[in-house]
Design a protein. Structure first.
Ligand SMILES: Cc1cc2nc3c(=O)[nH]c(=O)nc-3n(C[C@H](O)[C@H](O)[C@H](O)COP(=O)(O)OP(=O)(O)OC[C@H]3O[C@@H](n4cnc5c(N)ncnc54)[C@H](O)[C@@H]3O)c2cc1C
Length: 474
């Protein structure tokens, strides 16, 4: 075994899971995290004046026994069982989500309902072929009218590109298992829509103090076992030669320079950033593929409302195209401990954007004004009740699945596999739309590889059951 440590880039769920799995085996681990104060990456919990905010609302749900075991091992007793209530706001009305036949019929009226059924029948009789885009995938299964009402505007808010440019893969990954026929039949049988659809789970676990609690606890436990988790260390260059990756260098916010040698390297930093930080640089086609990867960024405007109860939902999807906000979280309905005093409610108005665009560069004051105006317009809260606002910007929240992303990821994957001691893991780390569990699973396999196993982390699939430890290369 080398005397040099194992170096992990990024202290999100993937990086910290890899570190945890390795320190448990007695391995020497160093984690570099760019953020000066938070661990947990996108799954962090931000603190402000005693209020705790989650970036997006993180459900802890996994089909993987191994992932569930890691969550329980790190935090045995501070999980709560959280029931989900979410609705869709569209056309000045709140619809049950998942859509329920009777509720939707009453709110849409007979004319609109007939229009939906007519367009569904048309889609079934003459489906669009070939089916390559998100718009085509959804239209073929739900009809054009439902696509326009309940998929198009929200999806375009999330991705910032037309549904004609989004790959059908994303729809297949996220809304597989849901069908109009199934939903209507279940409604008539008095049941809710199929819980096999990934977006529809009704109960999930949640750390009492938000998802960041899990990753803050993990950090403490890693450090208690001798691992080092170093904040304010941004990886800038990953150095390699014919022997593999040798060391990383980077800076902190003061511009001070740091260097870390290692025997093995696990990277959960965005794949694009990893490829562009390599010294010497990768071949031109790999660099071009990295440059072509795109991300969607995310702003949360947290409004502190001077009222004990505002609405019963955990979150509301805002499909209505007349406002920019995409979703509204009610953190207190996830866990009462997210507010310091039960007299208050904290709401998170979520905006999807691109780093550098008008929303991203707006001042915090202007974003708070926008959020208050839109919350009022939707009818959620009156301006006079808002007593404070905080803005959190999260770059690279979503890896974009455009028509070409798979080709680019494949070009990078094929080249990066030559390194015996560099493993990309996680969500942006592999440019894969992973939840925490799959991000963690890739990291668990990477840690096992360092211990002598031979798993292909790229084959961790968001649909695979992976009850054991993923698929071996054989
Ligand atoms: C809105 C939203 C809602 C979500 N909801 C859920 C949910 O309900 N349930 C669920 O399980 N998952 C959910 N997810 C997904 C979840 O957030 C991710 O799967 C998970 O955080 C990915 O973990 P990761 O470690 O791969 O990456 P990240 O969380 O992105 O962590 C990467 C870390 O690397 C650091 N880093 C980046 N560049 C550098 C650098 N150059 N040097 C050093 N450090 C660097 C970052 O600061 C970050 O801390 C959601 C995501 C979003 C955006």
């Amino acid at each position: 075994m080398s005397s040099k440590p194992i170096v992990i880039m990024g202290a999100g769920p993937a990086g910290l899971t890899a570190a945890w799995e390795l320190v448990k085996e007695g391995r020497d681990v160093v984690v570099w995290e760019a953020d000066p104060s938070y661990v947990g990456g996108i799954s962090r919990t931000v603190h402000a004046n005693g209020f705790r905010f989650d970036i997006g609302g993180h459900r802890f749900f996994s089909k993987s026994t191994e992932v569930n075991e890691v969550w329980r091992e790190i935090m045995p007793d501070d999980f709560i069982d959280c029931p989900r209530l979410s609705r869709i706001y569209y056309g000045k009305k709140f619809f049950a989500y998942p859509l329920e036949a009777v509720d939707s019929f009453l709110k849409l009226g007979p004319f609109e309902t007939l229009r939906i059924l007519g367009s569904y029948a048309r889609a079934k009789l003459a489906p669009i072929r070939p089916e390559t885009t998100f718009a085509q995938w959804v239209t073929n299964r739900f009809g054009r009218r439902l696509f326009e009402m309940f998929f198009k505007s929200y999806t375009e808010k999330v991705w910032g590109i037309s549904c004609d440019e989004i790959s059908a893969d994303w729809a297949a990954q996220r809304i597989k298992g849901l069908s109009l026929r199934g939903a209507v039949l279940s409604a008539f049988r008095g049941k809710k829509a199929s819980p096999t659809a990934k977006t529809l789970i009704r109960n999930f676990f949640y750390p009492r103090l938000g998802p960041g609690q899990m990753w803050e606890t993990a950090t403490k436990k890693i450090m208690a076992k001798g691992g080092r988790v170093e904040l304010d260390r941004r990886v800038q260059t990953v150095h390699w030669d014919e022997t593999g990756v040798t060391h990383i260098t980077g800076t902190n916010q003061l511009g001070e320079f740091f260097q870390q040698e290692g025997s093995q390297f696990i990277s959960s930093i965005p794949l694009k950033e990893l490829m562009l930080s390599l010294d010497p640089p990768p071949p031109p086609e790999v660099k071009a593929a990295a440059n072509a990867l795109r991300y969607r960024d995310f702003i949360t405007v947290c409004l502190v409302v001077n009222r004990a109860n505002v609405f019963p939902d955990t979150w509301i999807y805002i499909h209505d195209p007349t406002v920019k906000v995409g979703r509204v979280q009610n953190y207190k309905n996830w866990s009462a401990a997210m507010v310091p005093d039960p007299k208050f409610t904290s709401l998170g108005l979520e905006y999807f954007c691109f780093e550098g665009d008008g929303l991203w560069t707006a001042t915090d004051h202007d974003l708070a004004e926008l959020a208050i105006r839109e919350a009022e317009q939707i009818g959620l809260v009156k301006r006079a009740l808002v007593q404070d606002a905080f803005v959190v910007r999260m770059p690279k929240a979503y890896p974009i699945y455009d028509q070409d992303y798979q080709r680019h990821v494949e070009t990078i994957r094929a080249w990066v596999c030559q390194f015996h001691n560099l493993q990309p893991v996680g969500r942006n780390g592999m440019h894969h739309y992973n939840n925490q569990d799959h991000s963690m699973m890739t990291a668990m396999l990477a840690a096992k590889n360092i211990q002598g196993a031979d798993f292909d982390c790229w084959r961790v699939n968001t649909e695979a059951e992976y009850h054991e430890a993923g698929e071996s290369k054989e």
